[in-house]
Design a protein around this ligand. Structure first.
Ligand code: XMP
Length: 514
């Protein structure tokens, strides 16, 4: 079957690499991120229509700085270097890169930049607009064959191009929203320079993946742990289309889902052509969590119990050749490295044991970004409530009830959270924040209801706006909506007499409370 045109993104360790890939895919052009050390033969085999060098934290003149096989310049393929990628391109082709002194060409943040309209990258843009800069080095001398195509007050070489070889370098970051014409620049590079057709669509991906799954899995049985989250749900729908009843989905309902969620998952899948098993394990999880205060302990206990239950079920089901997982592209890119401190140990069904006797793990979404997974879900006819579901932590409401979890507390939280969601939807704000939910704090305080004193729990409302959940800003929700939510919660949820709105960003707070 026909392959898509492909763009290759070579990774030099920049913080926005994943974003570059997303921006390219948004233009319906398929791309993949690979390490900059990718051997030339593999680059050639990959047969890209264009190559992008990403940014990175290094300086090209440092010993051991990441580089690329210089044969890449002889492939006849257009190249766009971004930030470090621009400096490397210039450095390897004979230009000169030097550290910018404190008061000279070093730039950080939004920067007025002038563009040369003759350069195809800047076609359709006004001659001056804002770009996002973040560089300590700059090009003091551009390589032969290149022309300067953009400048800023402090940086005379903000962009360069070689018309003949179709090489482009930009000091700024076109992938970041703060660069006003960034998506036009990327579009120009892809369509005008590389000749992209925009042939990456979900309908196409669906039919190709279904065909290749059928071929790969043959008559083999496949087991999938369904969490109710978007990724595993879309993975299930895709596999169901490919192999139907050879697929068994095990949905371990830990009783820590939001209101009505467990039933919604069951309703969406029990009618499809697949085997669906729901394991109701609320009692087991509640017993396990009883009296447990520590967030990390909760997370660990839930993760382990989840695996135990899943193993018990898969033993009952007999031999399965394949274990399917809803791993998505950001997980793949991010697992490339990282010695970051453990802030919270994330529990996902993705953490299932791989040694329970499966022939192979199948991950049909491992090349898709989250928004693409959602698109695919719609394409496969999954209900919107599942497809547009906000991220939900694996340990569920257990980490939104601060301190020990009990059935009663979960009930209070479920009701408060449902009210919050209902009111957001009623106000047309369902997508105004990237994630929002209620938390049952462990704070009790005095209130007055009617003429009586109360001593009840406080609910915190959390709403955040974010691009990647690594950092997040608290969302400025309208007071009237907060007012309605608060009034309804204290009136309708017995045991709650106070509602707080969280106005902390991440960092220093995290999105979840535990
Ligand atoms: P934090 O609280 O770390 O959350 O700022 C960032 C995002 O991750 C989600 N989250 C989880 N997702 N398993 C998950 O699959 C987990 O254990 C987990 N903990 C947090 C959180 O909801 C937010 O979207």
């Amino acid at each position: 079957m026909r392959e898509n045109q492909r763009v290759l993104i070579l990774d030099f360790g920049g913080q926005y690499n994943e974003l570059i890939a997303r921006r390219v895919r948004e233009q319906q052009v398929y791309c993949e991120v690979h390490p900059c050390s990718m051997p030339l033969a593999e680059i050639r085999d990959y047969d890209p229509i264009g190559i992008i060098f990403t940014g990175g934290p290094h300086s090209v003149y440092e010993p051991g700085a990441p580089t690329v096989d210089e044969g890449v310049f002889s492939l006849g393929v257009p190249i766009l270097g971004i930030c470090y990628g621009c400096q490397l391109l210039a450095h390897l082709l004979g230009g000169e890169v030097v550290p910018a002194g404190e008061d000279s060409a070093r730039e950080y943040g939004k920067t007025e930049t002038q563009f040369d309209a003759a350069c195809p990258l800047f076609q359709g843009l006004s001659e001056e607009s804002v770009t996002w800069m973040s560089h300590g080095d700059y090009l003091s001398q551009i390589p032969e064959g290149f022309t300067v195509s953009a400048r800023s007050e402090r940086c005379p070489t903000a962009a360069i191009w070689d018309a003949q070889r179709r090489f482009f370098g930009v000091q700024f970051h076109p992938e970041v929203h703060h660069t006003a014409g960034g998506s036009v620049m990327l579009r120009n590079f892809l369509f005008t320079v590389c000749g992209a057709k925009g042939d990456w669509t979900m309908a196409d991906y669906r039919s190709r993946t279904v065909a290749s799954l059928r071929e790969k899995l043959g008559g083999g049985r496949v087991l999938l742990a369904l969490s109710g989250g978007v990724d595993s749900a879309v993975c299930a729908a895709l596999l169901a289309e490919a192999v139907g009843r050879q697929l068994t989905c095990v949905f371990v309902d830990h009783g820590l889902m939001r209101k009505g969620e467990g039933d919604a998952v069951e309703a969406a899948f029990s009618r499809r052509e697949l085997n669906f098993v729901r394991v109701n394990a609320e009692g087991r999880f509640l017993r396990l969590l009883s009296g447990v205060y520590q967030p990390e302990r909760k997370r660990k206990l839930i993760g382990e119990e989840f695996i135990r239950l899943f193993e018990e079920e898969s033993r009952k089901l007999g031999t399965m050749e394949y274990l399917a997982q809803g791993t998505i592209y950001p997980d793949v890119i991010e697992s490339g490295g990282g010695n970051a401190a453990v802030i919270k140990s994330h529990h996902n069904v993705g953490g299932l044991p791989k040694d329970v006797g499966f022939r192979e793990i199948v991950e049909p979404l491992r090349l898709l970004f989250k928004d693409e997974v959602r698109q695919l879900g719609r394409e496969l006819g999954l209900p919107e409530a599942i497809v547009s579901r906000q991220p939900f932590p694996g340990p569920g409401l257990a980490i939104r009830v601060i301190g020990p979890v009990s059935r009663k507390k979960l009930e209070m939280l479920r009701e408060a959270d449902a009210i919050f969601r209902e009111e957001m939807a009623a106000a047309g704000l369902a997508s105004a924040a990237d994630q929002y939910f209620a938390v049952l704090t462990n704070l009790r305080s005095v209130g007055v209801m009617g003429d009586a004193r109360s001593y009840d729990w406080a609910v915190a409302l959390r709403a955040v706006s974010t691009e990647d959940f690594m950092t997040a800003d608290w969302t400025r929700l309208p007071y009237e909506v907060l007012d309605r939510v608060s009034t309804r919660i204290v009136n309708e949820v017995a045991g709650v007499n106070r509602v707080l709105y969280d106005i902390t960003s991440k960092p220093p707070a995290t999105v979840e409370y535990e």
